[in-house]
Design a protein around this ligand. Structure first.
Ligand code: SF4
Length: 319
């Protein structure tokens, strides 16, 4: 179960926390991060441009050249910062790999921090939004399973919910492999995540089921590596309304025997309302949780799907 008292540890572009580290001497505070998310997060902030010794304020810099191998360039002074930024990024990511991060939030559009669609200026004078910030690229390549998002995309309720699901899943996974890992613990972990995984990707759920079933015959290290890859790939797939409806029907099926027919009809009506976009996911989930408690359905009580992140974040409340 998600323990809302234990904080997740997230890397973040420093300017998003309201610190004046930008080229113009200002910041880009994001209030969702500093107000809503902050109580649940321990921030590990980094400003790559300040860290490589550029002052604040400073000359603005940009990506130039080709999409695959752009240079980081300061056009006014003509200084090429590519090598400096890349060696900083490699050293920083090595450090971050040892810091038990559960995710990273990057500043969009930045030639250093931007995760995607960063402007690249070409020789012709035109610009395309096909770049990745130099630091962001090294980070994502060096920590491929780490949930990474940009603050701009987090304003979209479904992208935000998906990112937070992945962050808390990352913490649970990290805790599982940090404690004495055993096959029995993996079996329990997999069982508890069954419906969450089903909502994101049935294909991955099937592959992971096979992997867990055959794990005894394999080296634990291999199983952990493969499971982890599949787990985070599954959660990267967005959980759509149709998949949620399918999961809700499965959960309703577990309560079927105990429910009177009027309660069965009520539950079906609530699931239908969710499918039609008339009520948010929290409504059927709350009703199902009520029945789980009432009938003491232990197997369902432990399902992460029902409590994937702290309820105070209200991520299940959007239609
Ligand atoms: S986007 Fe990155 S490099 Fe630019 S000010 Fe923010 S933290 Fe620093």
């Amino acid at each position: 179960m998600t323990d809302s008292k234990t904080k997740v540890r997230l890397g973040v572009s420093t300017c998003l926390l309201g610190q004046n580290v930008r080229f113009d001497g200002g910041h880009k505070e994001d209030h969702y991060l500093t107000e809503t998310l902050a109580p649940f997060v321990e921030w590990i902030a980094a400003c790559p441009e300040v860290d490589i010794g550029l002052g604040t304020p400073r000359e603005s810099i940009r990506l130039i050249g080709t999409t695959n191998a752009p240079r980081l360039f300061a056009p006014k002074s003509g200084v090429d910062l590519t090598d400096k930024m890349q060696s900083y990024a490699r050293a920083k990511v090595e450090q971050l790999q040892q810091m038990d991060l559960d995710g990273y939030i990057l500043k969009k559009d930045s030639p250093s921090c931007g995760m995607e669609r960063v402007r690249i200026y070409h020789e012709s004078g035109s610009a395309t939004r096909t770049g990745v910030g130099l630091f962001a690229r090294v980070l994502m390549e060096g920590m491929p399973e780490l949930p990474v998002e940009e603050e701009g995309r987090l304003h979209d309720p479904s992208l935000r919910a998906n990112f937070i699901v992945r962050v808390f899943a990352h913490r649970r996974w990290r805790e599982l492999i940090a404690n004495d890992f055993s096959l029995a613990a993996l079996v329990t972990f997999h069982a508890q995540h069954k419906f969450l995984l089903m909502a994101h990707s049935e294909k991955h759920l099937r592959l992971m089921g096979k992997l867990v079933a055959g794990a005894k015959a394999r080296k634990p290290k291999e199983v952990v590596a493969e499971y982890s890859k599949l787990f985070f790939a599954a959660l990267r797939e967005p959980a759509r309304t149709r998949a949620h409806t399918n999961v809700l029907q499965h959960l309703a099926g577990f309560c079927k025997k105990q429910l009177e027919s009027k309660d069965k009809i009520e539950l079906q009506n609530v699931i239908t309302d969710f499918r039609k976009g008339l009520v948010p996911l929290i409504v059927p989930i709350t009703l199902i949780k009520h029945y789980i408690n009432k009938f003491d359905l232990q197997y369902l009580r432990d399902q992460i799907y029902l409590n994937p992140h702290p309820k105070e974040l209200m991520l299940l409340n959007h239609v």
